[in-house]
Ligand binder design. Structure first.
Ligand code: PEP
Ligand code: MG
Length: 568
C-alpha cells in the first residue's frame, strides 16, 4: 500500500498530471532581432547566476557544505559553455525566441541524462530541469508561485505547492493533488481544505511512482494512493466518492439551523478566509461569522506589499459582505512558512522560531501601521475584531494596544471616523497559555491557534513531513495548555475560540466545547459536518467527556476514550 499524509479529505479518481513548472509558455516565435534574443539569454543567465550564488552561500551557512554543492552544481549548469553555445546556435539558425531555444536545448540534455543506466546520473536530469525552470521564470519575470496548467481533468502531482498556487487552481479541472512535501498543518494543507480539494502531502518519490497520465485513486481520508487497480476497486471507490458527495450535499439542509446541542446550548461555528474571495464559501456554509482572516495571504505572491488603500478596500468589502456578523481579522503573520521577497526577512536558522508574525511587525512598523490604519478605517463598515498572532508576553500586548491607540489619536485629530472594536490575541505559544490568566485581564478575547501551539510545545516544525507524528493534538500536554487558556478566559469573562486545525477535528469537538470554548473557527468546508455533530449531542456529555479526559495522562487513553464514545 502506498500512502502519504491525508491533509484535506475527499476522494479523487483520475489521471496524473505531473507539474514541474516546465509548462510555462516557451512556445516558438519568429524573431527578427536575434541579437536582442541573445542579449536576453545572457541577461537571464546573469540573473540566474546571481540568485544561485546567494542560494549557495546561504545554504552553506545554514545547512553546511553538502547542500551548497547542489547550488554549486546548478551554477555550473547555468554557465555551461556548450549549452549556452547550443542555445545561441538554435536562436540564430531557427530565427526563434530565446525561451523556445532554451527549452528545446535543455530538453535534449534532460533526455540524455534520463536515459542513462546509472541512477546517480539519471537524477542529474532533475538538476537541469530545476535550473532550466529557474531561468524560464526569471526570463518571464514571474514570481516562483505562478503556474500554468492544461485545461483537462487531472490529479495534480507536484513536488511542492504554495498556498497561493493552491488558491489559484481551477477546480473544474484539478480534482485532487499530491505533493512530496508538507504536513497536516502546513499553510498549504490549510489552503487545500479552504478550497475543499482532496489533498495528500508528504508522499515520497511522487514523481517516480505516479507516472504522467497514470490512472489513480486518491483516498484523502486515509492518505492511500491506489495505482494498478481492478474494476472492483474502481467501483468501490466510485461508490465511496458518491456517498461522500451526497453526504456533503445532505448537510446543506443545516445551513440556516443554529448550532445548538440537544440540551439547548448554542455555540458559534465560524469560517476562515484568506481573502475576500473566500467570503462566499463562508456564507454558503452557514457560518456564524469569520473567525480568522489570515491577512498575510494578501501579502504573499506579489512583488510589493498592498497599499493602505488596497487593504482598506479589501477589509471594508469583507465587513460589508458579512453584514453584522462578527469578522475577526488577524494582523499579518508572515515569516515561518509564509515568506515574501520584498520584506527581506532575515533568514533565520529556524524561521518558525525567528522573525515571524508580530515580531515581524515590530521590525517593520511601517507595514503594521499601514495595516492597522486600514483596519481602523474599515471598522465603521461592520462588526470587526482585530487579533494579533504569536503574542508571547504582556509587553507584546501593551505594545500592540499602543499601536492602535497611536492611530486612534491621530484619527481623532484628523477627524477620520472609526468605531471601537474588540482586540484579541492568539494563544499559540506555550508562554501565552501559561500566562493566560494575566493576559485575559488586558484583552477582549482569546483565540487558540493549535497548529502553532502544538508545533511550539513539541518543538516540531509543522511543515515537516518527517515530524508529522509529533502533531499530537490529543496529548495531555496540549490539552492542559488549552484548558489553562479556556479557564483563564472563563474566569475573566472574555470570549474564547479555537482556530487551529484541531477545531474541525471531530474527536476534538466534544473536548473543546466541553471545556467551555465559545467558538470554533474552521475551513468553511468543515462547518456543516461539525454542526451536524453538535446537533446530535448533549453539551452535558461534552462536559463529562472533557472532565474525564483531563484526568487521563496518556494520549493513548485519551484517544481510546474519544474513539469509543464519539467515533461513528
Ligand atoms: C494556528 O497556529 O493554529 C493558527 C490558526 O494560525 P496559523 O495556522 O495561520 O499559523
Ligand atoms: Mg499560528
Amino acid at each position: 500500500m502506498i500512502k502519504g499524509i491525508p491533509v484535506s479529505e475527499g476522494y479523487a479518481i483520475g489521471s496524473v498530471y505531473q507539474w514541474h513548472e516546465t509548462t510555462l509558455d516557451t512556445s516558438k516565435k519568429k524573431i527578427s532581432n536575434l541579437k536582442a534574443e541573445i542579449d536576453f539569454l545572457h541577461e537571464t543567465i546573469e540573473k540566474t547566476k546571481a540568485q544561485l550564488d546567494v542560494l549557495m552561500k546561504k545554504s552553506k551557512d545554514i545547512y553546511g557544505e553538502e547542500t551548497s554543492k547542489i547550488f554549486e552544481a546548478h551554477l555550473l549548469i547555468v554557465q555551461d559553455p556548450e549549452m549556452i553555445k547550443n542555445i545561441e546556435t538554435k536562436i540564430n539558425e531557427e530565427s526563434c525566441n530565446m525561451l523556445y531555444a532554451l527549452k528545446t536545448v535543455t530538453d535534449d540534455y534532460i533526455h540524455v541524462f534520463e536515459n542513462l543506466d546509472d541512477d546517480y546520473l539519471k537524477e542529474r536530469a532533475l538538476d537541469i530541469i530545476d535550473v532550466r525552470n529557474r531561468m524560464i521564470r526569471n526570463a518571464l519575470n514571474l514570481s516562483p508561485d505562478e503556474m500554468v496548467l492544461p485545461k483537462k481533468e487531472m490529479i495534480l502531482v507536484a513536488y511542492e505547492l504554495t498556498p497561493s498556487q493552491i488558491a489559484s487552481l481551477d477546480l473544474n479541472y484539478v480534482k485532487g493533488f499530491i505533493t512530496e512535501t508538507g504536513g497536516k498543518t502546513s499553510h498549504s494543507a490549510i489552503m487545500s481544505k479552504l478550497v475543499g480539494l482532496p489533498a495528500i502531502m508528504g508522499f515520497d518519490n511522487a514523481f517516480k511512482i505516479l507516472k504522467q497520465n497514470k490512472e489513480i485513486i486518491m483516498d484523502a481520508f486515509t492518505g492511500e494512493i491506489i495505482i494498478d487497480y481492478n474494476s472492483e476497486t474502481y467501483h468501490t471507490y466510485l461508490y465511496k466518492r458518491d456517498q461522500y458527495l451526497s453526504y456533503k450535499d445532505s448537510l446543506k439542509r443545516l445551513i440556516k439551523e443554529p448550532t445548538r446541542s440537544q440540551d439547548g446550548k448554542t455555540y458559534i461555528l465560524s469560517g476562515q478566509i484568506g481573502s475576500s474571495k473566500d467570503v462566499s464559501q463562508v456564507i454558503e456554509n452557514g457560518a456564524d461569522g469569520i473567525g480568522l482572516f489570515r491577512t498575510e495571504f494578501l501579502f504573499i505572491n506579489r512583488l510589493t506589499p498592498p497599499s493602505e488603500e488596497d487593504q482598506f478596500i479589501e477589509y471594508k468589502s469583507i465587513l460589508e459582505m458579512m453584514k453584522d456578523k462578527p469578522v475577526v481579522i488577524r494582523t499579518i503573520d508572515l515569516g515561518g512558512d509564509k515568506q515574501t521577497p520584498y520584506l527581506h526577512i532575515k533568514s533565520d536558522l529556524n524561521p518558525s522560531l525567528g522573525i515571524r508574525a508580530i515580531r515581524l511587525s515590530i521590525y517593520h512598523q511601517d507595514v503594521i501601521y499601514k495595516q492597522l490604519r486600514a483596519l481602523i478605517r474599515a471598522s465603521i463598515y461592520g462588526n470587526l475584531s482585530v487579533m494579533f498572532p504569536m503574542v508571547a508576553s504582556l509587553e507584546d500586548i501593551m505594545m500592540v494596544k499602543q499601536w492602535i491607540t497611536d492611530i486612534k489619536v491621530e484619527f481623532d485629530a484628523l477627524g477620520i471616523p472609526y468605531k471601537n472594536f474588540p482586540i484579541g490575541i492568539m494563544i499559540e505559544i506555550p508562554s501565552a497559555a501559561l500566562m493566560a490568566d494575566e493576559f485575559a485581564k488586558h484583552v477582549d478575547f482569546f483565540s487558540i491557534g493549535t497548529n502553532d501551539l502544538i508545533q511550539y510545545t513539541f518543538a516540531a516544525d509543522r511543515t515537516s513531513e518527517d515530524l508529522d507524528y509529533l502533531y499530537r493534538p490529543f496529548s495531555p500536554a496540549i490539552l492542559r495548555l488549552i484548558h489553562m487558556a479556556v479557564k483563564a478566559a472563563k474566569d475573566n469573562h472574555i470570549h474564547i475560540s479555537v482556530c487551529g486545525e484541531m477545531a474541525s477535528d471531530q474527536l476534538a469537538l466534544p473536548l473543546l466545547l466541553g471545556m467551555g470554548v465559545d467558538e470554533l473557527s474552521m475551513s468553511p468546508s468543515q462547518i456543516l459536518k461539525s454542526k451536524d455533530f453538535v446537533l446530535n449531542h448533549h453539551h452535558s456529555v461534552f462536559e463529562y467527556a472533557a472532565d474525564y479526559v483531563m484526568k487521563l495522562t496518556t494520549e493513548k487513553e485519551i484517544l481510546k476514550f474519544l474513539k469509543d464514545n464519539f467515533q461513528k
